[in-house]
Design a protein around this ligand. Sequence first.
Ligand SMILES: Nc1ncnc2c1ncn2[C@@H]1O[C@H](COP(=O)(O)OS(=O)(=O)O)[C@@H](OP(=O)(O)O)[C@H]1O
Length: 319
Amino acid sequence: MKGVPPEHLAELYFNRYPQEVDPVWLNPCVDKRHREIWNPGKKCSDFPSLLVVGPQKTGSTALYTFLKLHPNVSANLDSPTSYEELQFFGSPNYNKGIDWYRSFFPSGRAVKFEKSATYFDKEAVPMQAGALLPSAKVIIILLDPITRAFSWYHHQRAHNDHAALSHSFYDVITNTDKHNREVQSLKTHLLRPGFYYEHIQRWRRYYPDSQIMYVDGEQLTSDPAQVMTDVQLFLNTDVLIDYRHILSFEDEKGFYCIKRSVGRPKCLGAGKGRVRQYGQVDEKSRAYLQQVFYTPNLALKHLLAQVGSPIPSWLAANS
Ligand SMILES: Nc1ncnc2c1ncn2[C@@H]1O[C@H](COP(=O)(O)OS(=O)(=O)O)[C@@H](OP(=O)(O)O)[C@H]1O
């Protein structure tokens, strides 16, 4: 018999099974043995039963803000570093463990949720979320990926991103210079999340279709009250709130805002709804991106038809 130091064994093992290097948090209540050794004061109902996963720039903050107004629904407490988005899955926060995650959901309301718009297209997230929260519901917002990309470009300009300030939108989306790292990285952020079909397929590996809802991002802007009715039906909330009594269109903002008993409605902050200032995508960029997204959009359209989900109007026009 030959003795081998444990570090050496571990190295051999993880070289062979690299996918096991990072721990995966399972739901303690799914496995009887875990439940038995888990502190009796902790409950699995402390975890969220809904994840709003984005993608970024699709109206996720509006959905989050409107959902929080529901009497049966509560969001996580703010994180000291990333504010309303916990960004637990697919980030270094994941290594802080499930008690860290749980501690952000103290409320006793029936539906607890978190919205982290970065979740949608991060490789590891569906697997990690599916392992910890297998019975959670998942909301994905589908906005025209061209609109989404343009919004992200202007978000970056507003945050003084050098690449966005010194290159036109068209230059960034058509960039082929791999050595220009900052433009390449911006291009990736503009385009990658918009390949909805491939990301959704990853979510579908870990969540059944019955637990996934697709929200039309354009409808969320133009008719949020209807979207909120559909969301409540999807969540089976005991109370059905009519958001037409809660939201009103504000001309100055150009978006729906929250009515108040006294004074003007409360709108989302200045960082949401910039489209008023930056306007429309130029025709050349639009034509180019229509080509880029044509095949993935077609696949998405088939997928939505297959799962019986309504086809957003922007997608119906993709033919
Ligand atoms: N009611 C309401 N008020 C303000 N903005 C609204 C609203 N509904 C949808 N939108 C659109 O949401 C876009 C921002 O999306 P997100 O909240 O997902 O952005 S983020 O990823 O969290 O940064 C934001 O994009 P920009 O216009 O580019 O700022 C809006 O077009």
